[in-house]
Design a protein around this ligand. Structure first.
Ligand SMILES: [Zn+2]
Length: 229
């Protein structure tokens, strides 16, 4: 059952956020199959990145209508997500050397999108965002492929190297619950699972424990909502 005060019906912001978060999980799953079409997945990923503009507009509209306590970090985080998603899309199009880690990165990005919320200071209202926030705290480190992959791919790797870790940091000047959690973590007063993907065995572990759980979480949430209806 949803927590007291939770919204059973999705507003336009939440509806698009769910859609994008699910899309990222689905793209991750598709990339993880032998029949994958990297070009198509790369294009879909860049389309999802563009849709984040609409998500920002919907948050702005909710705030203007005084229906939301929008975190001041939301726009900046969406811009950062866009940069990372475009770079990952470029890297995927240019090389097949990072498919396994891209599967996990897209699962992680699904959680990062899922934690975007209209409720800066009350985690009880938006359960989906709270769960995705929990998952996104399992910090995933970017590791550059050890082989050279051509100029365009290397440029994309540079962007991922510069921006990926920022997804998990607090945004300056924002006092939302999620940013405060990250400040406590940086100060050593909150626990965090920290991992770096190095080999295929680890990839399998995280596929099961992170991507799999994220998908299950979303399935449970959908089932819960269906039951309430
Ligand atoms: Zn914030």
């Amino acid at each position: 059952m949803p927590a007291p005060g939770s919204n059973v019906y999705l507003n336009p912001f939440e509806s698009l956020r769910h859609h994008l978060s699910e899309d990222l999980a689905a793209l991750s799953k598709t990339l993880d199959t032998p029949t994958r079409n990297r070009d198509l997945i790369s294009k879909d990923l860049s389309d999802c990145a563009k849709d984040l503009d609409t998500l920002v507009e919907r948050a702005k509209s909710a705030q203007e209508n005084d229906r939301a306590d929008v975190p001041s970090c939301l726009k900046k985080r969406c811009e950062l997500l866009q940069e990372v998603m475009i770079a990952l899309s470029d890297a995927l199009r240019e090389t097949d050397r990072m498919v396994s880690r891209a599967v996990l990165m897209m699962g992680h990005l699904g959680s990062q999108i899922g934690r975007l919320t209209l409720h800066a200071h009350d985690s009880r209202v938006d359960i989906f965002a709270r769960h995705c926030d929990d998952f996104s705290l399992a910090e995933m480190k970017w590791v550059r492929p050890s082989t050279t992959c051509g100029e365009a791919a290397e440029r994309a790797f540079d962007v991922l190297g510069a921006k990926w870790a920022l997804l998990d940091l607090a945004v300056d000047g924002c006092d939302c619950l999620q940013c405060e959690t990250r400040r406590r973590r940086a100060g050593g007063t909150a626990s965090v699972i920290d991992y770096t993907i190095i080999d295929e065995e680890e990839v399998d572990f995280f596929r099961e424990n992170l991507v799999g759980k994220c998908r299950k979480q979303r399935r449970d949430k959908v089932n819960e909502r269906t039951k309430d209806d």
